[in-house]
Ligand binder design. Structure first.
Ligand code: SUO
Ligand code: CP
Length: 317
């Protein structure tokens, strides 16, 4: 594997899920691989899980880890080509990425959607600029439109918990007062579509994800319809793709409650976290035995460890 920015960088999803489970079973088996290699983790936005799980995974593989909160610690970066830099941004990505590539063997980047202009966000300028100018492999730690480390951890978790070959997996929108990115929902849909699981997306009218991402997935505008017979409920808020970045509704009837979970086939509850208790999901759901959110977050280590391992093996040849 050269980069891990989106699904196009992955040759075999099933193999990668297996590799993640192998990392979990034997975390230190590849400690030699990262010897004298450095990974730089760059955060344009806040993080708890991604930051710590990626650092831990890299350390399990014997790497040195450098972390920078680009958003607050570094120079403001310009991504546009050909501009006269006479405003607030002091450094261009062309130099910044190339310089970081001198210090790091792998660079991992978090840069959320700005939710102002759909075309701008879906161009993935930040991650693609790093790919273009850094000269080293790039890992996506949640970009404007994708969160592949999360989706790989989600598939690992479903693999661990499924009780039938082809479970029914539901991605459901849940209410939030802030406009949030589509990245987690987009990615989850794309990755689940790579499996042979039954997949349904439930969201209010106006919240359909990009047609290029949800492809032929079944989309319903009723949570009750989607939840019937479900084995996994994956909740997430996202702002509208159609009316880009807008909060069109905060309808509390879309909150995940024990009554809704009772419509399912004893489904496990999943969420990428952080989650706002009481707003998106009832406390009773998050505290229930069927909640898989902590196991899911734990699996973030093994998903990114599988990715870093494959990239390190690619560097060696
Ligand atoms: N990495 C996990 C999700 C990150 C982000 N959530 C948030 O920003 C939640 C913030 C809040 O609830 O205030 C998102 O939706 O993409
Ligand atoms: N799920 C996730 O990516 O969490 P953080 O935003 O805390 O890294």
């Amino acid at each position: 594997m050269k980069h891990f920015i989106n699904l196009n960088d992955v040759s075999d999803v099933t193999e990668l899920v297996k590799l993640g489970l192998e990392q979990k079973a034997n975390p230190f088996a590849n400690k030699h691989l990262g010897l004298n290699k450095t990974i730089g983790l760059l955060f344009f936005n806040s993080s708890l899980r991604t930051r710590i799980s990626t650092q831990k995974a890299a350390m399990n593989l014997g790497m040195n880890v450098i972390v920078m909160n680009v958003g607050s610690d570094s120079w403001q970066l310009e991504f546009e080509d050909g501009v006269i830099m006479d405003q607030g941004k002091a450094e261009h990505i062309k130099e910044a990425a190339a310089v970081l590539g001198q210090y790091c063997d792998i660079i991992a980047v978090r840069a959320f959607a700005e939710l102002k202009d759909r075309n701008d966000d879906y161009k993935e300028t930040v991650l693609e600029s790093f790919r273009k100018y850094a000269g080293v492999p790039i890992i996506n730690l949640e970009s404007a439109t994708r969160h592949p480390c999360q989706s790989l951890a989600d598939l690992i978790t479903i693999e661990e918990l499924k009780t039938k070959e082809k479970p029914k997996v539901v991605l459901t929108w849940a209410p939030h007062f802030k406009p949030l990115p589509q990245a987690v929902g987009n990615s989850f849909a794309e990755w689940v579509l790579m499996t042979d699981y039954e997949f349904v997306i439930a969201n209010p009218e106006g919240y359909d994800l990009s047609p290029e991402i949800r492809k032929n997935a079944k989309v319903v505008h009723s949570q009750e319809e989607a939840f019937a017979g479900a084995d996994f409920i994956y909740a997430k808020n996202w702002s509208s793709y159609e009316q880009y970045g807008q909060v069109l509704t905060q309808d509390p009837s879309w909150k995940i409650t024990p009554e809704k979970m009772a419509l399912t086939n004893n489904a496990k509850f999943m969420h990428c976290l952080p989650v706002r208790r009481g707003l998106k999901v009832s406390d009773e759901v998050l505290d229930a035995d069927y909640s898989a959110v902590i196991q899911q977050a734990g699996n973030r280590v093994w998903s990114v460890q599988a990715v870093i391992k494959q990239i390190l093996e690619g560097l060696a040849v």
